[in-house]
Design a protein around this ligand. Structure first.
Ligand SMILES: [Cu+2]
Length: 125
Protein backbone atom coordinates (compact mmCIF):
# COMPACT_ATOMS: atom_id res chain seq x y z
CA UNK A 1 0.00 0.00 0.00
CA UNK A 2 1.25 3.46 -0.92
CA UNK A 3 2.20 5.75 1.89
CA UNK A 4 -0.34 8.43 0.92
CA UNK A 5 -3.10 5.83 1.12
CA UNK A 6 -2.00 4.78 4.60
CA UNK A 7 -1.96 8.44 5.70
CA UNK A 8 -5.38 9.04 4.15
CA UNK A 9 -6.87 5.96 5.84
CA UNK A 10 -5.41 6.93 9.22
CA UNK A 11 -6.82 10.46 8.88
CA UNK A 12 -10.23 9.09 7.91
CA UNK A 13 -10.22 6.72 10.87
CA UNK A 14 -9.26 9.58 13.18
CA UNK A 15 -11.98 11.85 11.76
CA UNK A 16 -14.63 9.15 12.20
CA UNK A 17 -13.46 8.50 15.76
CA UNK A 18 -13.58 12.19 16.69
CA UNK A 19 -17.01 12.59 15.05
CA UNK A 20 -18.44 9.60 16.94
CA UNK A 21 -16.99 10.85 20.20
CA UNK A 22 -18.47 14.29 19.60
CA UNK A 23 -21.89 12.82 18.79
CA UNK A 24 -21.83 10.58 21.87
CA UNK A 25 -20.81 13.55 24.02
CA UNK A 26 -23.75 15.58 22.69
CA UNK A 27 -26.17 12.80 23.61
CA UNK A 28 -24.59 12.45 27.05
CA UNK A 29 -25.05 16.17 27.77
CA UNK A 30 -28.75 16.13 26.87
CA UNK A 31 -29.23 12.93 28.87
CA UNK A 32 -27.56 14.52 31.92
CA UNK A 33 -29.64 17.69 31.53
CA UNK A 34 -32.80 15.58 31.45
CA UNK A 35 -31.70 13.75 34.58
CA UNK A 36 -30.92 16.96 36.40
CA UNK A 37 -34.40 18.19 35.54
CA UNK A 38 -35.96 14.98 36.82
CA UNK A 39 -34.27 14.78 40.19
CA UNK A 40 -36.17 16.40 43.02
CA UNK A 41 -33.28 17.13 45.32
CA UNK A 42 -30.71 19.47 43.80
CA UNK A 43 -27.13 18.24 43.60
CA UNK A 44 -25.16 20.11 46.22
CA UNK A 45 -21.61 20.32 45.01
CA UNK A 46 -18.88 20.52 47.61
CA UNK A 47 -20.96 19.48 50.60
CA UNK A 48 -20.62 16.05 52.21
CA UNK A 49 -23.84 14.06 52.03
CA UNK A 50 -25.19 10.78 53.35
CA UNK A 51 -27.73 8.45 51.79
CA UNK A 52 -29.41 5.27 52.98
CA UNK A 53 -29.84 3.12 49.92
CA UNK A 54 -31.06 -0.38 49.11
CA UNK A 55 -29.34 -2.52 46.51
CA UNK A 56 -28.44 -6.01 45.34
CA UNK A 57 -24.83 -7.24 45.51
CA UNK A 58 -23.56 -8.29 42.08
CA UNK A 59 -19.86 -8.74 42.75
CA UNK A 60 -17.23 -8.27 45.44
CA UNK A 61 -13.71 -7.13 44.56
CA UNK A 62 -11.78 -7.13 47.85
CA UNK A 63 -8.46 -6.44 46.08
CA UNK A 64 -9.59 -2.86 45.44
CA UNK A 65 -12.18 -2.60 48.24
CA UNK A 66 -15.10 -2.41 45.84
CA UNK A 67 -18.59 -3.88 45.91
CA UNK A 68 -20.63 -3.89 42.69
CA UNK A 69 -24.28 -3.16 43.39
CA UNK A 70 -27.51 -2.61 41.50
CA UNK A 71 -28.96 0.25 43.49
CA UNK A 72 -32.27 2.07 43.89
CA UNK A 73 -32.49 5.82 43.37
CA UNK A 74 -29.92 7.89 45.25
CA UNK A 75 -31.87 11.14 45.60
CA UNK A 76 -30.24 14.01 43.78
CA UNK A 77 -27.25 11.90 42.76
CA UNK A 78 -28.15 8.81 40.75
CA UNK A 79 -31.22 7.21 39.20
CA UNK A 80 -32.54 3.77 40.13
CA UNK A 81 -31.43 0.63 38.38
CA UNK A 82 -27.75 1.39 37.98
CA UNK A 83 -25.23 -1.42 38.43
CA UNK A 84 -21.90 0.01 39.48
CA UNK A 85 -18.96 -0.34 41.80
CA UNK A 86 -18.72 1.47 45.13
CA UNK A 87 -15.63 1.79 47.25
CA UNK A 88 -16.09 0.63 50.83
CA UNK A 89 -14.46 2.54 53.66
CA UNK A 90 -13.67 -0.56 55.69
CA UNK A 91 -12.69 -3.79 53.84
CA UNK A 92 -14.44 -5.75 56.61
CA UNK A 93 -17.76 -4.57 55.16
CA UNK A 94 -17.13 -6.86 52.19
CA UNK A 95 -16.83 -9.92 54.43
CA UNK A 96 -20.46 -9.54 55.48
CA UNK A 97 -21.82 -9.37 51.92
CA UNK A 98 -22.38 -12.12 49.38
CA UNK A 99 -23.32 -12.00 45.72
CA UNK A 100 -27.12 -11.98 45.48
CA UNK A 101 -27.71 -10.36 48.85
CA UNK A 102 -30.25 -7.58 49.14
CA UNK A 103 -28.48 -4.97 51.24
CA UNK A 104 -29.07 -1.61 52.81
CA UNK A 105 -26.00 0.58 52.68
CA UNK A 106 -24.93 4.00 53.79
CA UNK A 107 -23.21 6.12 51.17
CA UNK A 108 -21.23 9.11 52.38
CA UNK A 109 -19.05 11.73 50.78
CA UNK A 110 -18.87 14.68 48.45
CA UNK A 111 -20.28 13.55 45.09
CA UNK A 112 -18.86 12.03 43.03
CA UNK A 113 -16.27 11.04 45.64
CA UNK A 114 -18.46 8.78 47.78
CA UNK A 115 -17.91 5.56 49.66
CA UNK A 116 -19.93 2.99 51.56
CA UNK A 117 -19.55 3.42 55.30
CA UNK A 118 -22.10 0.83 56.44
CA UNK A 119 -23.63 -2.22 54.83
CA UNK A 120 -26.16 -4.74 56.13
CA UNK A 121 -27.77 -7.71 54.41
CA UNK A 122 -31.58 -7.75 54.38
CA UNK A 123 -32.04 -11.03 52.54
CA UNK A 124 -31.44 -12.80 49.24
CA UNK A 125 -32.62 -11.58 45.87
CU1 LIG B 1 -25.06 4.55 40.45
Amino acid sequence: MRLWRVVLLLNLALAVGVLMGWLAWGREVSRLERRLGESQRPVVIGAPQTWEVKGVVRALIPEIQVVVLTHEEIAGFMPAGMTMGFKVKDPKLLERAHVGDVVRFTLTGIPPDVQITALAALGRS
